[in-house]
Design a protein around this ligand. Structure first.
Ligand SMILES: [Zn+2]
Length: 371
């Protein structure tokens, strides 16, 4: 403690920290976009950084923080953070029916889906202002056609008028018996807008949605399935927030038992996967992580609290939801840049994340192979 004070005093003396920085509240960053980090660095000091959690303290009065930056800061302290390996499950026995389901995952097919989405052009939601034939629109059309071709009932959920087109999510459903609850699987198909990029963020997760839908299309489920190709994630999680509003208004949100999000699932060096949720659902996340140890080669980490992707609107609505994402300790160096391309990605790793998420569904729903 004294050492910390001495350090603070010496830093103050050196003019490197203001009084606010030493004593003020800390904030969790709700974006790690490289351009945002540059802006944040101008008004704050990092006081904690581990995995997906980065906390800063302001070095300027709060009133001097630009509104766009302040909107992506949430008060939090190191005590709110967890980023650590999950406990290994006591029982590592496997279920042959789950193994048979997971054997349906095809990493080459998964890569093909991601390649088509990546090569759609400019997939930013803002590109709908510039062109009626934007990559965003082409990716949405591709997702809708692919899901319909698998036998799902598809729907275009348009929530915003853009200058040349509408901004829409793509929904695909299979219905179980009436009164059944719903399992939702989401991945965003938009990118930050670099041409033929966003392979990892998030053609990989959107492709994961397609691969899960494809494997599950050979099964009858005792739950309704709702697959969501979300739009506008890179512009404030717009698509999933709009969808959550619609699901609440129709009463459908209360029938969603839980949801799974995939965002950046294909760049890897350390074999780890982050399972992210909020503290109230930590038992659910531990159970998911246990399945990773049983059914995949992934090394699961638990990450809390949740921020910055399509799991957040579901968590805000009280639905147990987790994000599956590549290890943030060592994530894609081309994150949000034009170099986020297919070449460095690992589809065996991504396929393992798809297997994990299918094992989760098999663990909570009854799946029967269609004849
Ligand atoms: Zn993303």
């Amino acid at each position: 403690m004294i050492k910390t004070l001495l350090l603070a005093v010496s830093l103050l003396a050196a003019g490197r920290l203001s009084a606010q920085a030493v004593s003020g509240p800390s904030y969790l960053l709700l974006s790690h976009d490289p351009a945002f980090l540059v802006e944040v660095a101008k008004i704050s000091e990092t006081v904690y950084a581990k995995g997906r959690a980065r906390l800063v303290r302001l070095t300027v009065p709060e009133g001097e923080v630009p509104a766009a930056v302040r909107a992506l800061l949430r008060p939090a302290s190191p005590a709110d953070i967890r980023y650590s390996p999950a406990a290994a499950p006591a029982d590592k026995s496997t279920d042959p029916a789950v193994l048979a389901l997971l054997a349906g995952v095809n990493s080459a097919r998964l890569m093909g889906y991601a390649d088509t989405i990546t090569m759609s052009g400019k997939r930013g939601a803002r590109d709908l202002d510039a062109s009626a034939a934007s990559g965003n629109r082409l990716a949405a059309d591709y997702m809708e056609n692919a899901l319909r071709g698998m036998g799902y009932a598809t729907e275009r959920h348009c929530y915003k008028d853009r200058k040349k087109d509408k901004e829409c999510n793509i929904l695909a459903r299979s219905a179980a018996a009436s009164g059944a609850r719903t399992i939702a699987v989401v991945g965003h198909m938009d990118s930050v807008g670099h041409e033929n990029a966003g392979a990892d963020d998030n053609a990989s997760g959107a492709a994961g949605v397609l691969e899960m839908a494809k494997v599950l299309s050979a099964y009858k489920a005792d739950h309704n399935l709702l697959f969501i190709a979300a739009n506008g994630e890179e512009t404030g999680i717009a698509g999933t927030y709009a969808l959550a509003k619609k699901l609440k208004a129709s009463g459908e949100m209360s029938s969603i038992a839980w949801a799974i999000n995939m965002d950046m699932i294909a760049w890897n060096r350390n074999g780890s996967v982050d399972i992210e949720t909020n503290r109230e659902f930590s038992a659910h996340a531990e159970w998911v992580a246990g399945l990773a140890s049983v059914y995949t080669r992934l090394k699961p980490n638990i990450s809390m609290p949740a921020w910055g992707s399509d799991h957040v609107p579901f968590l805000d609505a009280g639905v147990p939801t987790y994000l599956s994402i590549e290890s943030w300790e060592d994530h894609n160096p081309c994150y949000h840049q034009a170099c986020d391309r297919m070449a460095p990605l690992s589809w065996d790793y991504a396929a393992d994340i798809v297997r994990l998420n299918l094992a989760v569904i098999a663990g909570k729903a009854r799946l029967t192979p269609k004849k």
